[in-house]
Design a protein around this ligand. Structure first.
Ligand code: ADP
Length: 319
């Protein structure tokens, strides 16, 4: 392996920069040239490629977003687009690619590997929705962003005796809502992986109210629907004025937490090790704090599961 390329693709996540830095410096450490591919797969097709040095990735470990920028590319989904991408990689004499992104980006990496170009996927998404790893880069930062918001909302909720429905991201996964609900002391957590009884949500609000509780927080994963709709339903049943906060893209930004920086550094270096050792079509991840790798597509075919123990515990603690 003489030269490795690195790109970020799909939704950005805090910690992607730390992963890029790790890939770049690990390559240089091992005497391998390293190229940054800007604007994801679209930039690859268009040849937005530049050699990176140790200094290129200085002062980025603490920054959110991605210095390589990201994009979504319809053209790359076509065989012609993939052919153009491989031609660009050959032109720069790149012989391995690290793709930092979510499941869509991994499918793209698999397509290139099938066409003979070695790729390794590094999971970067705040949603934590990639099977084959306990955590994705960006999840911990997003979780902490949500928690900071929940704590602030709690202050005002207590002052005004209110119910708050807070909608968080996660696409079809409920991890962010579950972890934030548990860490933020939510009364109810609504996630796509578990059927929640709306009557139970109402019962909990009532019980809390009778006990003299001044506020209730309902954590709503975007995958179960809109917090506005849930708030309307609560207001209809209880004659309340439930307030809604949709945290939206604030969850995608910000300086990565130490946990995300360490995870990104470990996974980036591991991806380079695998390429140097002749592996391809793999995704890297972390399970029980050990670095692991799986076939990229077999991993994506597994179902993503939430931690049932955490779900049970959150119910137990929010009686
Ligand atoms: P994420 O990686 O965050 O899940 P997307 O699903 O938008 O984000 O995927 C990012 C990019 O990966 C897409 O814009 C496309 O270029 C590429 N991609 C996604 N799915 C495929 C696929 N099935 N085949 C080839 N490329 C794909």
């Amino acid at each position: 392996m003489k030269a490795i390329g690195v790109l970020t693709s799909g939704g950005d996540a805090p910690g992607m920069n730390a992963a890029i830095r790790s890939v770049v410096r690990s390559c240089i450490y091992h005497g391998v040239k390293v190229y940054g591919i800007y604007y994801g797969y679209q930039g690859l097709i268009e040849g937005e490629i530049k050699e990176l040095t140790i200094g290129s990735v200085g002062d980025i470990i603490q920054k959110g977003g991605t210095m390589l920028y990201s994009s979504r590319s319809e053209e790359f989904k076509t065989p012609e687009g993939q052919k153009k991408a491989i031609e660009q990689l050959k032109k720069f004499e790149i012989d391995g690619l690290v793709v930092i992104g979510g499941d869509g980006s991994f499918r793209g990496a698999k397509k290139l590997t099938e066409q003979g170009f070695p790729c390794i996927g590094v999971p970067g998404t705040i949603d934590n929705d990639i099977p084959g790893t306990d955590f994705t880069i960006g999840f911990d930062t997003a979780l902490n962003t949500v928690i900071q918001a929940v704590d602030k909302i709690r202050d005002t909720a207590t002052s005004h005796e209110r119910v708050y429905a807070i909608e968080v991201m996660g696409r079809d996964a409920g991890d962010l809502a579950l972890w934030a609900g548990l860490a933020g002391g939510a009364e109810s957590i609504l996630i796509p992986e578990r059927e929640s009884s709306f009557d139970e949500v109402i019962e909990k609000i009532k019980r809390g109210h009778e006990r003299g509780k001044r506020h209730s927080i309902i954590m709503v994963a975007e995958g179960v629907g809109s917090a506005v709709d849930y708030a309307d339903q609560i207001n209809e049943k209880l004659d309340l004025s439930t307030r809604v906060t949709v945290l939206g893209h604030t969850q995608r930004g910000g300086s990565p937490t130490a946990t995300d920086r360490v995870l990104a550094s470990r996974l980036g270096a591991f991806a380079v090790d695998l390429l140097i050792n002749g592996k391809q079509g793999r995704m890297v991840g972390i399970e029980n704090n050990q670095l692991i790798h799986h076939d990229i597509i077999e991993a994506l075919e597994q179902q993503h599961n939430i931690d049932d123990g955490l779900y049970q515990l959150s119910n137990q603690l929010s009686i």
